[in-house]
Design a protein around this ligand. Structure first.
Ligand code: SAM
Length: 283
């Protein structure tokens, strides 16, 4: 294979020159490939959809981690759903204030292959004593879960195959039940220019459930179609309203060095274009 064509959209897409195919396997659940591309570094795809690249993964992982954790201010227990490439785990582990991190990934093969072929993503995070890796379906885990988390991060693929359930009404209800009183849920929610229905469906599911809900965004080059939205659903309204000054102080206090996230980006990311506001019923 000399090039990899993404098949996420039938009529529009991107391709990558494959300089070196590192791994290709049909796991029990999905088709997994990891290859090298001179511009984007190592690239991982599942079932025809690019999941992550070494070159731009920091946009995505920093925004899904530092936004909720710093907005919360006192997050101790974190749950990651999905995240098998390890990038989200690495970013959460950088918060020394966090006591425990549970990651629930459905496919052991993704974890194993990414540890081997994408080691910079996890960067040793699996060895962190605060980490508890659970191989299970995120929905099943939450249905049986009696623990409470301060932040839940859904680092899921698009809503097909095993990930479809992570966009269901029942999933958001289970996340709401497993959050502490000031808890925050965030989730990958597609690029609205191409996947507006995904945003509409999530908005419909979270609006009656959480005291505060919205979306924020970042343009991640790998996820084609412009800015990607991240769902935000919180048990109180204060966390989203956290001031720029407080976010700046918390960020400095964390001593985390980022490449994308800063407090100004954090605040600005919640300003949405009009067509997205209209779609979610907040024009
Ligand atoms: N960043 C990517 C994106 O934007 O599309 C997604 C990251 S990828 C690591 C998502 C992970 O979710 C995959 O490893 C996949 O195996 C896992 N996953 C899919 N369905 C799941 C489910 N029901 N429960 C837990 N993990 C799931």
């Amino acid at each position: 294979m000399s090039e990899y064509r993404e098949t996420l959209h039938e009529d529009y897409g991107q391709f990558f020159k494959v300089d070196n195919m590192l791994h290709e396997v049909h796991t029990e659940l999905q088709h997994l490939v990891i290859f090298e591309n001179a511009r984007m570094g190592r690239v991982m795809a599942l079932d025809g959809a690019i999941q992550t690249t070494e070159a731009d993964e920091f946009f995505y992982h920093e925004m899904l981690t530092h936004v909720p954790i710093l907005a919360h201010g006192l997050a101790r227990n974190i749950l990651i759903i999905g995240g098998g490439d390890g990038g989200m785990l690495r970013e959460v582990c950088r918060h020394s204030s966090v006591d425990s991190i549970t990651m629930v990934e459905i496919d052991q093969a993704v974890v194993d292959m990414c540890k081997e072929y994408l080691p910079n993503h996890s960067s040793g995070a699996y060895d962190d004593p605060r980490v508890n890796l659970v191989i299970d379906d995120g929905m099943r885990f939450l249905s049986n879960c009696t623990d409470k988390f301060d932040v839940i991060i859904s680092d899921c693929p698009d809503p097909t195959g095993p990930a479809a359930v992570l966009f269901s009404e029942g999933f958001y209800q289970a996340c709401h039940r497993c959050l502490t009183d000031n808890g925050i849920f965030v989730a990958q929610n597609g690029t609205p220019f191409l996947q507006l229905d995904e945003v509409k469906t999530t908005a419909a599911n979270i609006k009656g459930l959480f005291a505060d809900w919205h979306f924020y965004h970042a343009a991640v080059p790998t996820y084609i179609g412009g800015a990607m939205t991240f769902a935000w659903a919180a048990k109180n309204t204060e966390t989203r309203q956290c001031s720029l000054e407080v976010l700046r102080q918390r960020f400095i206090g964390s001593a985390i060095v980022t490449r994308y996230y800063n407090a100004d980006i954090h605040k600005a990311a919640f300003a949405l274009p009009q067509y997205v506001l209209q779609a979610i019923g907040k024009p």
